[in-house]
Design a protein around this ligand. Structure first.
Ligand code: NAP
Ligand code: MG
Length: 530
């Protein structure tokens, strides 16, 4: 296998040695000593990584690979196939063959459900290693991956497994005016869409693969999945588990590569019936254009700039402060639903902002694999630059950086948890998705003031509300234009809860039974009874 040097924007990522020794590491001084990975994971990392196509592990047609980095220190941890159009075409061909000719379509829903269930079981069986891998590749704390990403991924497969036997149509009484006296038996069947292309981001690599694959498989589709270039590894490990679960060859194909090449080829492929995408709104718009060629179905889960509204009558201000900190700092702010705009009723503004800033200062930064790390690095140097660029724009436009405001340490891609005040609506830090641990806090006077301001964004993914006034909570929940509203909580996810965006935050819903609408199509059948 030949290895290429990353080009264009990736050229800036270099294979840097570990630069600074570990500090004793409380608070925001980033530590960067690399903890050893387990022997099992080291062995897995040493194996060459290939694409999963038609049940086989194959190199990219070009034989090229790209480097996969540890964001805690910039070192190269692995290489993955640098797939292009030809590789996507092979994978789509394998998926089409599996859909049209393979045993998959002949399986009973119960058999299909059991296979999907088994994937969930295997994820749990390998939970420790998957959490370790996710932490190493993405940078998130291993402890967080172990209690959140991995069990949520398993749960998604278990939840969707149950739906395989419950995807039903209807019997429809019809009254055809131009056929007086004729009798018909009419019914609908819900059938899989066919070959589905799925393109996922780097912020929850395993979990996003689960969100996409679970419903697609429960509904009987075949898939080509492209993970993000920054974090391809857990998807490849998941591919091994899918085979171990007994999934027939070609039902799931996993192809690693860059968005502009592999991703674009998948979105545009004429034999793909549907594309499901999670990532930036900007790329979401490119996906829609690419999908127009064969009018493939499109579902999108995109960005956000979610408001988190704290009223002074909240039950317990300390709980709201913890909630506001969690809303922005969980997963280093690299969440599409991050509560990145904190709107606080003026009487308690100073107390809430000081409380969130205090929590920010206490967060222990470090490599995800360190057991006491609470926040790891940004996923990549590109993301570090993006977040610090927004911070600099904020400073230049006169915002007040209450705490944080820059890079942490000088190796790895760490940034300080940051709280910003004194902002104006037109500032880029207020309007645009930063996708980092940067909170913008603003005062409001009352309900009439806060609702339009909370909705003043092209996004509409999520929102939070903190109040003990039940009527007010309901009124605000109804008025917010967002796909999820959390009241007196934040970041609560469940496989049974639909998740997705209003406005430019997306098309369609992930999870819950609603997602099955995106992976099935309805056939109406009419039988003339004479
Ligand atoms: P992105 O470019 O939208 O990446 C998401 C996925 O789309 C990745 O698999 C990416 O591949 C692929 N992709 C990129 N360009 C493509 C194209 N032209 N055609 C088809 N697929 C394409 O996101 P990013 O660059 O990684 O991050 C940029 C910003 O997006 C973040 O700062 C954040 O604001 C937002 N974002 C949102 C979410 C979310 O959950 N809503 C997740 C991640 C990022 P490669 O990664 O291989 O290029
Ligand atoms: Mg990208």
């Amino acid at each position: 296998m030949k290895t290429i040097t990353p080009t264009s924007r990736r050229a800036s990522r270099t294979n840097k040695p570990i630069l600074t020794p570990a500090r004793d590491g409380h608070g925001n001084g980033a530590r960067s000593a690399r903890p050893a990975v387990s022997a099992g994971l080291a062995k897995w990392l040493a194996k060459p990584k290939r694409n999963l196509v038609g049940g086989d592990w194959v190199e990219a047609a070009s034989g090229r690979t790209f480097e996969v980095f540890n964001p805690a220190d910039g070192s190269v941890i692995d290489h993955a196939p640098d797939s292009k159009k030809e590789d996507i075409h092979r994978a789509v061909t394998a998926a089409r063959k599996a859909f049209e000719e393979g045993p998959w379509r002949r399986m009973t829903p119960s058999e299909r459900g059991k296979l999907v269930w088994r994937v969930g079981d295997l994820i749990l069986r390998h939970a420790d290693q998957l959490a370790e891998l996710e932490s190493l590749d993405n940078g998130k704390p291993r402890s967080v991956a172990r209690v959140a990403d991995v069990p949520l991924a398993a749960d998604l497969f278990h939840y969707m497994a149950g739906w395989a036997t419950k995807i039903e149509g209807n019997t429809i009484p019809i009254s055809v005016p131009y056929a007086p006296g004729a009798r018909f038996h009419a019914f609908t069947a819900r059938e899989p869409i066919g070959v589905v292309g799925q393109i996922i981001p780097w912020n929850f690599p395993l979990l996003m693969a689960a969100w996409k694959l679970g419903p697609a498989l429960a509904a009987g589709n075949c898939v080509v999945l492209k993970p993000a270039e920054q974090t391809p590894l857990s998807a490849l490990r998941l591919g091994e588990l899918l085979l171990e679960a007994g999934l027939p060859e070609g039902v799931v194909n996993i192809v690693t590569g860059f968005g502009e090449t592999a991703g674009a080829a998948l979105a545009a492929h004429e034999d793909v019936d549907k594309v499901a995408f999670t990532g930036s709104t900007e790329v979401g718009k490119l996906i829609v254009r690419a999908a127009a060629g064969n009018l493939k179905k499109v579902s999108l889960e995109l960005g956000g700039k979610s408001p988190n509204v704290v009223f002074k009558d909240t039950e317990n201000l300390a709980t709201a402060i913890d909630g506001a900190a969690n809303a922005i700092f969980f997963n280093h702010g690299q969440c599409c639903c991050a509560g990145s705009r904190l709107l606080v009723e003026q009487d308690v503004f100073d107390e809430v902002v000081a409380g969130v800033a205090e929590r920010a200062k206490q967060i222990k930064l470090g490599p995800g694999l360190d057991s006491d790390t609470q926040m790891g690095p940004m996923v990549s140097e590109e993301q570090l630059r993006r977040v610090t660029r927004y911070m600099n724009q904020g400073k230049q436009s006169g915002a007040c950086f209450f705490t944080g405001g820059g890079r942490a340490g000088d190796s790895g891609y760490f940034v300080q948890p940051t709280v910003v005040t004194d902002v104006k609506p037109k500032m880029s830090i207020v309007r645009e998705e930063i996708f980092g641990p940067v909170l913008v806090a603003e005062k409001f006077s009352d309900l009439e003031d806060v609702i339009p301001r909370a909705n003043q964004t092209p996004y509409g993914l999520a929102a939070g509300v903190w109040t003990r006034d039940l009527a007010k909570a309901h009124r605000v929940a109804e008025a917010l234009r967002a796909g999820t509203v959390w009241i007196n909580c934040y970041n609560i996810f469940d496989a049974a809860l639909p998740f997705g965006g209003y406005k430019q935050s997306g098309w369609g819903r992930e999870m819950g039974h609603e997602v099955l609408e995106l992976y099935t199509q309805t056939k109406a059948v009419v039988i003339g009874l004479g």
